[in-house]
Design a protein around this ligand. Structure first.
Ligand SMILES: [Zn+2]
Length: 197
């Protein structure tokens, strides 16, 4: 349907320098990112589809153009949903979000390398894999604690594990921004840093 170069793949023609590097930042109808963790990004195919379905407004574009026999358009770099989606108050329980809650540091020794996660109350003793029983730990500490209870291992986390809000992660996220941010996204990210600093 769309083309932008020489290589034909499944009816879509794409350039060798891949379009995969052209995701669109997705904003909620209030012009704030639909999600921070992970950052709401759509592959270019999805953003174009949403434009055609009239579900989004294109806020900013890449220089990159895609063609079909009937038209050509620049790839959106920022799109905004027309209908507001109520954001969840609590972020998903994922490895990344857990590490972010714990600032990417072992809760036992403070190391920031070779991170994994540790069950405060071991699974073998009925401990659950939940926000309030799992902490970030380096492999060494994880191994050292093994299947013991904290008081037996004499290992306590720097902070008691808790279920963070989106706001908690957002505050921590400023210290750990994603590796890649397109210039056109910056107006919509971290705009409240100074307000809360
Ligand atoms: Zn450690």
């Amino acid at each position: 349907m769309f083309s932008s170069g020489q290589n034909r793949e499944g009816g879509i023609v794409i350039a060798p320098a891949s379009l995969e590097s052209c995701p669109a930042l997705v904003l909620n109808a209030d012009y704030r990112p639909l999600s921070y963790y992970p950052l709401s990004l759509w592959p270019w195919q999805d953003s174009i589809k949403a434009v055609f379905l009239d579900r989004v407004v294109t806020v900013s574009e890449y220089d990159r153009v895609v063609h079909s026999p009937n038209f050509e358009m620049r790839l959106p770099s920022v799109v905004c949903l027309k209908a507001y989606v109520r954001p969840p108050r609590h972020p998903a329980f994922t490895r990344f979000n857990l590490f972010l809650r714990d600032k990417f540091s072992c809760q036992y020794c403070g190391s920031d390398s070779d991170l994994t996660f540790d069950h405060l109350i071991p699974r073998s003793r009925g401990g659950q894999t939940t926000w309030d029983n799992v902490v970030t730990a380096c492999s060494t500490c994880n191994l050292k604690k093994g299947g013991e209870m904290p008081r037996v291992a004499k290992m306590w986390p720097a902070q008691s594990p808790f279920r963070p809000t989106i706001g908690d992660l957002h505050r921590r996220g400023r210290s750990f921004p994603p590796n890649y941010l397109h210039d056109s996204w910056l107006d919509f990210l971290y705009w409240d840093i100074e307000l809360e600093a």
